[in-house]
Design a protein around this ligand. Structure first.
Ligand SMILES: *Cc1c(COP(=O)(O)O)cnc(C)c1O
Length: 246
């Protein structure tokens, strides 16, 4: 097998991530439940890597840039819907501008980066009626850093309320990128704040079943603190070049 994916040779990195994921679920509070879905973050990766990860059993893929994703989605159309072992699912996880909302609502199954009403309205307006409503997560700027996208904590509930009333969107929960630090106490605190906010959203909107947090460096901590979905790039595909580092 060739090694375009670096780390992905023979699917070993997928097995490693799954093993750590399952160990983290086993030791966390039973209160959080027993399943966590894994989104493989494939930004800046060639479609050959995605095919290999799909063959290794992964089905959810996350992309950051709408145009890059659309090109890949077209090249991987054979892995969609009616694939015998279950189709591929595409998640937009990067910041979204309103002028790309039409494309995003057409090509993606989930948009995890909704952080304002204007974007929600544009996605709702363009989501076709022949397909399921678009699954959306409200992205929260939990670290409060100026450089980060995401809704401020105090507007999350009003934004969730707005989304829940839009017929072509399905409010599935919250997403966050915590601060890029190594101190576990800081990470844990931000994951806990997200979990509390998620519980508030869930109590108002029972269809909200997804808390997307945790990346290659911190996903086991995120699972400890109640993540239901993690987004993992480099631990599956190997280190990205500088261009894809953000
Ligand atoms: C790139 C990215 C990831 C994955 O990051 P890794 O550190 O490679 O696991 C997850 N979420 C978002 C929003 C990203 O942009």
């Amino acid at each position: 097998m060739s090694s375009i994916g670096g780390n992905l040779q023979g699917g070993q990195s997928i097995q490693m991530v799954m093993a750590r994921l399952n160990a983290a679920i086993a030791r966390r509070s039973a209160h959080f439940g027993g399943s966590v879905s894994l989104v493989a973050v494939s930004k800046n990766r060639p479609v050959a890597d995605i095919r290999r990860a799909f063959a290794g059993g992964l089905r959810l893929f996350g992309e950051n840039y709408v145009q890059e994703a659309i090109d890949k989605i077209a090249l991987l159309a054979d892995l969609r819907g009616n694939h015998p072992s279950g189709g591929i699912q595409w998640h937009l996880i990067g910041p979204l501008q309103s002028n790309k909302a039409k494309l995003a609502s057409t090509y993606f199954d989930w948009v995890q980066s909704v952080d304002r009403q204007k974007i929600a309205d544009a996605l709702n307006q363009h989501r076709g009626i022949e397909v399921e409503p678009l699954n959306v997560l409200v992205q929260v700027n939990i670290s409060g850093e100026m450089s980060k996208s995401g809704a401020a904590v105090d507007v999350v509930l009003p934004l969730a309320k707005h989304i829940a009333a839009l017929p072509r969107l399905n409010l599935r929960g919250l997403m966050a990128i915590v601060e890029n630090v190594s101190e576990e106490a800081i990470l844990r605190k931000q994951f806990q704040q997200m979990r509390r906010l998620f519980d508030e959203v869930k109590s108002c909107y029972p269809q909200a079943d997804t808390l997307s947090m945790g990346m290659s460096q911190d996903y086991t901590v995120a699972i400890d603190e109640g993540a239901t979905m993690i987004r993992v790039g480099s631990a599956i595909f190997g280190a990205r070049d500088a261009k894809g580092a953000s």
